[in-house]
Design a protein around this ligand. Structure first.
Ligand SMILES: Nc1ncnc2c1ncn2[C@@H]1O[C@H](COP(=O)(O)OP(=O)(O)O)[C@@H](O)[C@H]1O
Ligand SMILES: [Mg+2]
Length: 235
């Protein structure tokens, strides 16, 4: 059974419909990428799973329990963690205080992150533990936001466009750290526009276009489909 199973998800902002029946699955320990161009519906999909956007229709099953219609805090308690593109750190707190504020025991017992183990994954973060989050660069904020979410011991993390807006060298550093996160066994659903970034991390990929999923496969399969990449990703 999948850890997360999204079935027939529809979502809208007011009268403007954005998602038209999204189906996707994430298994325990998998890294799954949701790839698509700007405006395709990636953030709306993750926000709907998290309850930040109320789905119009569809099921969002987590460990077999339907979470569609639940409040974000309930979804968070069920074991999902969301890292928004804008990170949403407590900017007036230091990095260490952000970690303290996010500490939560795992519901399922499947993960057991501590400050020490998170810092092993993101060693650079040690250098700015006492800095206020508002004083960090974009790449540092991204790392801290991921590390902070891990402190809540989520069973599944939803990571929205982590490479967006970062310089190439910073993207490479982040990729390395996310590979270590994957090796730790953490289950991740990642949204990306950056095909290379997603392909290096993901076990499976879904392409989203205009609120629908026209393609799913493995990174190797997608690598052998230049027309698909051209049509939906322009690469
Ligand atoms: N808060 C919002 N209100 C109205 N429309 C929105 C809002 N957020 C996103 N949209 C629209 O929904 C569509 C999908 O957006 P989004 O999910 O942010 O795409 P992506 O994350 O793939 O770039 C776009 O057409 C976008 O303009
Ligand atoms: Mg987005």
């Amino acid at each position: 059974m999948s850890l997360l199973s999204v079935q027939g998800l529809h979502a809208a902002y007011g009268d403007s419909r954005v998602l038209f029946g999204i189906d996707l699955e994430v298994g325990q320990g998998e890294v799954v990428a949701l790839l698509g161009r700007n405006g395709a519906g990636k953030t709306t999909t993750l926000s709907s799973i998290m309850g930040l956007v109320q789905p119009k229709a569809g099921r969002i099953e987590f460990r077999g329990r339907n979470l569609a219609g639940s409040e974000p805090f309930e979804i968070c308690r069920a074991g999902l963690g969301f890292i928004a593109e804008d990170c949403r750190l407590f900017t007036s707190l230091t990095v260490a205080e952000n970690f303290e504020a996010a500490k939560m025991a795992s519901r399922s017992g499947s993960s057991n992150w501590s400050i020490d183990s998170v810092l092993e994954l993101f060693p650079d973060v040690r250098n700015f533990l006492d800095r206020r989050a508002s004083a960090l660069s974009g790449g540092q904020q991204r790392m801290v936001a991921i590390a902070r979410t891990l402190m809540g011991n989520p069973d599944l993390i939803l990571l929205d466009e982590p490479s967006e807006g970062l310089a190439p060298l910073v993207v490479d550093a982040l990729l390395k750290q996310l590979k270590r996160l994957k090796q730790s066994g953490q289950t991740v659903l990642i949204s990306e526009q950056n095909l290379r970034f997603a392909n290096e991390l993901a076990d499976r990929v879904y392409i989203i276009e205009k609120g629908e999923i026209p393609y799913q496969g493995t990174p190797a399969h997608l690598a052998a489909e230049p027309e698909v990449r051209q049509k939906y990703l322009m690469v």
